[in-house]
Design a binder for this molecule. Structure first.
Ligand code: ZN
Length: 132
């Protein structure tokens, strides 16, 4: 298990399940059965009401850019990239990257669609402009 990010987690905690789902190409978030809200980042208790009664649901992958930052990279180290906070259609906000367009062209309010792809030797939930 050396070198695998999930190896730092013991047992099938929600975060380990999250990484396993993503590795298998599934974008799933947690839905609270007590208050009906969805949440992300993975945790054992609902962030809204504290209930342990929740289930995994498939996220639609639809989202809207809430904020965006261009991370400058020295030319010899690659290209500038974008880090964005994305408001998911299901409610939660997540940090990710918008790809497929130059980093400065990512705008607040832009509709984006999630996909699962490789980045920096990891498999991550990423976003690209919707309709592409
Ligand atoms: Zn709840």
């Amino acid at each position: 298990m050396a070198g695998k990010r999930a190896a730092t987690f013991e047992g099938p905690g929600p975060d380990a399940v999250w990484f396993e789902n993503v590795k298998q190409g599934k974008f799933r978030i947690q839905h609270c059965n007590a208050c009906g809200k969805n949440f992300f980042y993975p945790r054992p208790f609902c962030v809204h009401c504290g209930s342990p009664d929740w289930a995994w649901i498939d996220a639609s992958g639809k989202g809207t850019v809430y904020s965006t930052t261009v991370v400058r990279v020295r030319p010899e180290d690659g290209q500038d990239y974008n880090i964005a906070l994305i408001d998911l259609a299901e409610g939660p906000r997540m940090m990710s990257r918008v790809t497929d367009i130059p980093a400065p062209e990512v705008k607040i309010g832009m509709a984006v669609q999630a996909y699962i792809g490789p980045l920096d030797k990891e498999t991550l939930v990423l976003f690209r402009p919707a309709g592409r």
